[in-house]
Design a protein around this ligand. Structure first.
Ligand code: GLY
Length: 396
């Protein structure tokens, strides 16, 4: 692994200094204000993955479609409850548990690996915050479902398609955020099988998904007969040899998430290289283009959601790194992106939208949610605010 030299350390130090507590409090109040305004529309229905002209359409959580995203709205309600103490948000979030229980019990739209995304901000959060036993049971069922996708040959969790399908023999970087569900399931059940699969998947991901320069592939294929590692291929990025911004940010969050449960120090140099690669490609306004191949002057949209995810990852990594220079660099990069999101990307309750963050991209080449709000971007932005303003205990 070759760690790129950071091109401009000073710009992060300087811009980060301007992130103030007042700014964060104001941003928190705006975010909670938008959630409050949107809540009456999203009690039994959920915001779709991306807004359309600034407004999230309402969807049924159990309409049979394979979504990974309805959970983020519930997570935003839990965060609003935690940051405001207002029981109104808690009541709506608790009301979602039945829907997620049904989803996993009846296996509605869950033929994929995104069980962590779906069950951590909903049921694990509910269990951690209120001790809700039905939520705990649903989340354990989701963990049981997730481990059925583990492929012994290759030692990874298959992302998409029917389990065992030869053409779907691949992992994807996003799954770094699904495996905390498995670590948690081992903790609450005392059964190590979930943890062991998670950690094997993690090690396989770190070994194959990172390139020599600290950038990442989006997905990685294995031979379905032998488990031999074959090649990195993109799905949502620009090209197989570019670096999809959100993939890189899932990686920036995934390594410290695993380290919370199991020693991941062997991946810390890789992490540092990934941070340098990321930082060197942040444009003048500190928010990445949707693929890191693009740079200032390119006529391409940003992905603000990738910045929000990366902020949470960097702040988590600050907690677990001993190296002071790395610590201060990660914090300065996180603070710079946070300031930029608040000043230039975050909406106010009076704006014409029901989203929190402007200028995100779901899937550029699929023409889905391009330059719109994305519900996970909104969630991670709120999670970042909770991290800055409270002693937030992770749901993940
Ligand atoms: N997990 C899918 C995405 O980030 O778009």
């Amino acid at each position: 692994m070759t760690c790129e030299k950071l091109k401009n350390r000073e710009r992060f130090r300087e811009y980060a200094r301007g992130l103030t507590k007042e700014m964060l409090i104001d941003a928190r109040d705006n975010a909670i204000g938008i959630v409050r305004n949107s809540a009456p529309k999203f009690i039994d229905l959920f915001p779709d993955d991306a807004s359309v002209n600034g407004y999230y359409p309402a969807v049924d959580n159990n309409d049979g479609l394979s979504r990974w995203t309805t959970s983020f709205w519930t997570g935003m309600l839990w965060l609003s409850y935690e940051m405001s103490g207002d029981e109104y948000f808690k009541k709506i979030a608790e009301g979602h548990i039945d829907s997620f229980y049904q989803k996993i019990e009846k296996k509605i739209g869950v033929n994929h690996h995104d069980m962590g995304f779906l069950y951590v901000p909903t049921c694990v959060a509910a269990y951690k915050l209120t001790g809700n036993e039905k939520a705990k049971k649903a989340a354990i069922m989701a963990a049981d479902h997730l481990i059925t996708r583990y492929r012994d040959k290759g030692e990874f969790i298959q992302a998409w398609g029917d389990v065992g399908e030869a053409k779907e023999c691949r992992l994807i970087i996003d799954c770094m955020i699904n495996i905390p569900l498995l670590y948690w399931a081992s903790e609450v059940t005392g059964d190590k099988k979930y943890h062991d699969i998670a950690y094997k998947h993690f090690k396989t991901t770190v070994k194959h998904i990172y390139r020599e320069d600290g950038s990442t592939h989006h997905t990685y294929f294995f031979d379905s007969e032998t488990g031999e590692a074959l090649r990195g291929v993109t799905h949502q990025g620009w090209s197989d040899d570019s670096c999809w911004a959100r993939g890189q940010s899932w990686g920036l969050y995934g390594i410290p998430l695993t380290h919370k449960y199991e020693d991941a120090t062997f991946a810390f140099d890789t992490y540092d290289a990934a941070v340098h690669f990321w930082a060197n490609r942040l444009p003048k306004d500190f928010i990445p283009f949707w693929d890191l191949v693009f740079t200032d002057g390119d006529d391409m949209p940003r992905d603000s959601s990738a910045a929000a995810i990366a902020i949470c990852g960097l702040l988590e990594m600050v907690k677990c790194t001993e190296n002071n220079e790395r610590k201060s660099l990660y914090k300065d990069i996180a603070d710079s992106m946070m300031r930029a999101l608040i000043e230039k990307y975050a909406y106010k309750p009076t704006d014409k939208t029901n989203g929190l963050l402007a200028h995100a991209v779901y899937y550029y080449k699929g023409n889905m949610g391009v330059d719109e709000c994305n519900i996970w971007g909104d969630y991670y932005y709120m999670e970042a605010l909770a991290r800055y303003l409270t002693n937030w205990e992770m749901y993940w």
